[in-house]
Design a protein around this ligand. Structure first.
Ligand code: ZN
Ligand code: ZN
Length: 260
């Protein structure tokens, strides 16, 4: 069984990982950003109104805080109005039903009364956009590990781009299987090297803040705090518009296939 995995990964795996390693920074962060852009392209154009999609964001009572921000910043007026009209309509129906049932009841036990009043209001589905991210991770992490296990060029490129951010490296570690040990080892080694470099620069920042060394010229250590934030998964708002535009253009030329 094990020898079967010693073969080179399929060409589409190599092509996909090579694409994600084309620019510097965490390849899985790039994959998520691109998947979200592709999804948004269809979402705001048409799928926001498809019954299956509507059902999910109605049942999730909207979106998680991060993706609500995305909807607020990117959503066109008509689509956002329609979406919240359906979300609110369903929430109001649930509230009317539960309040009619409990309003007259004297609460013998507050906890059970509260449960009766709010049970139907609670979300019963996850955030639609978080699901897109999760599906991307599920498909891309095994591909990344497979490529890093066997392809020397991609291993070298992975080192060059600085590997994965901390949250993604940990996610990769949790997903890795026995035959991907070499790939996982590389992910962890690059992470260690990157963190050591940032720690060195942070120490350097504090050293130069000391009046005895304050005359020394400032360098890369001045940006170490920003690098640390990105390493721990922060997506810079200042970077994203260009990235978004590029991805959106790519999406416009090569629209993804709709699911379902
Ligand atoms: Zn990442
Ligand atoms: Zn979300």
């Amino acid at each position: 069984m094990k020898t079967a995995h010693r073969e080179a990964p399929p060409r589409y795996v190599i092509a996909e990982i090579r694409h994600l390693l084309a620019k510097s920074g965490c390849p899985l962060c790039h994959a998520e950003a691109e998947a979200l852009e592709r999804f948004l392209f269809w979402f705001f154009h048409e799928s926001y109104g498809e019954p299956e999609i509507v059902l999910q964001y109605v049942r999730s009572r909207g979106f998680c805080a991060e993706h609500l921000k995305l909807v607020a910043e990117r959503g066109p007026q008509w689509q956002v109005s329609a979406m919240f009209s359906w979300i609110i309509e369903d929430l109001l129906t649930a509230l009317r039903t539960s309040l009619a049932a409990v309003a007259e009841k004297r609460p013998l036990r507050f906890r059970s009364w509260r449960k009766g009043a709010t049970r139907v209001v609670e979300p019963t589905a996850g955030c639609l956009f978080c699901d897109v991210i999760e599906r991307t991770q599920e498909s891309l992490i095994p591909m990344l590990l497979e490529a890093l296990e066997y392809d020397e060029t991609l291993r070298a490129r992975f080192v060059e781009v600085g590997g994965c951010c901390v949250p993604h490296a940990l996610l990769v570690a949790r997903s890795a299987r026995g035959e991907q040990q070499r790939g996982l080892l590389l992910v962890l080694e690059v992470l260690q090297k990157q963190l050591e470099s940032t720690k060195h620069d942070l120490d350097e920042f504090f050293r130069k803040a000391d009046y005895r060394y304050a005359h020394e010229p400032r360098g890369a250590e001045q940006h170490a705090w920003r690098r640390a934030l990105v390493q721990f998964g922060y997506k810079s708002d200042r970077e994203s518009p260009t990235q978004r535009q590029t991805s959106q253009e790519q999406g416009a030329h090569c629209p993804p296939r709709k699911r379902g």
